[in-house]
Ligand binder design. Sequence first.
Ligand code: PLP
Ligand code: COI
Length: 357
Amino acid sequence: MEIRVLPLSEEQKKTKYTDESQLGFGKLFTDRMLVAEWRAGQGWIDARIEPYAPFLLDPACMVFHYAQEIFEGLKAYCWEDGSIALFRPEMNARRFNRSATRMCMPEVPEELFLDGIDRLVSLEREWIPSSPGTSLYIRPTMIAVEPMLGVKPSDHFYFYVILSPVGAYYAAGFKPVNILVEDKYVRAVPGGTGEVKTGANYAASLKAGLEAKTKGYDQVLWLDGVERRFIEEVGAMNMFFAYGDKIITAPLGGTILPGITRQSVLLLALELGYMMEERQIDVDELMADIRTGKVTEAFGSGTAAVITPVGKLCYKDECIQIGEGGVGTITQKLYDTLTGIQTGKLTDSFGWVRKVA
Ligand code: PLP
Ligand code: COI
């Protein structure tokens, strides 16, 4: 599919950031975006890269009322030799289309998704930060834009991609976070939308997140929505617990997001000589194992969160430090290996990196 590139005038160019250490996460956006439209009976039309600008949308658009929306998150890294690399973008393309199917939205041709990102990132290369821990966060999104108040799938969609130069997701950087196991609210139930990346999942999680923040925690860890007994995932990351050389994580049972970082960690950890197990994790057992020191480390994984160490886990009225409460050896090793591959400092023996032309 042809992607037109519209001109960007000098006035449309934004002032670039000057201090990479102040980027934060998702606050700044680059000069251009990719947009394509889908209409019933026509399919995908009019793919173009155009100056970044607000959309003019009818207040009746279905996305505003019934949240028919999906998104993805991936990153581009600037390597020391000046080249640019994406990390496993094909996985994001596939997950995006699984989300689309679940939300009754049209699939985006993989070629449009991947080539569109390639060309957009290439045009915006001067926006990619290069200091350690920074990257260009890529946010592919699809929204329902038919103006209509009946509850049914929209017949008109926008697919768009915006880019944001970012630093660490958590303000403290690569430091242990404190996590509250959520026992009041639930995120997902079997048969629901927990395993896809749709905005409504995140809207529904805000209340729990806010209550946890006011109590001084960084994030909540969700339990399964039926028994409220098994560990699922954190707001923006999958969770891992190390028992010495063995690392466990919750299985993909339809209610947690199949994280691309999660899947990469499973493979990397095996290569590094650790034992990996995907199994249901009972929260009471987990707390007991942290208390007795059997759990030696805990960390989360995600595109935005990368590998984030967890210092303390709190459940009901008990808050327990994990291991020494700092960054554990395995956590550090996985962080170094993963970011080493992403930034070209380590060999990519898995073929995960895709260079941008
Ligand atoms: N779980 C949730 C709910 C997320 O939003 C994310 C972030 O995308 C993840 C897990 C981690 O997924 P990934 O590693 O693909 O970024
Ligand atoms: C990502 O890690 O890409 C995410 O989508 C997390 C986001 C909710 C900040």
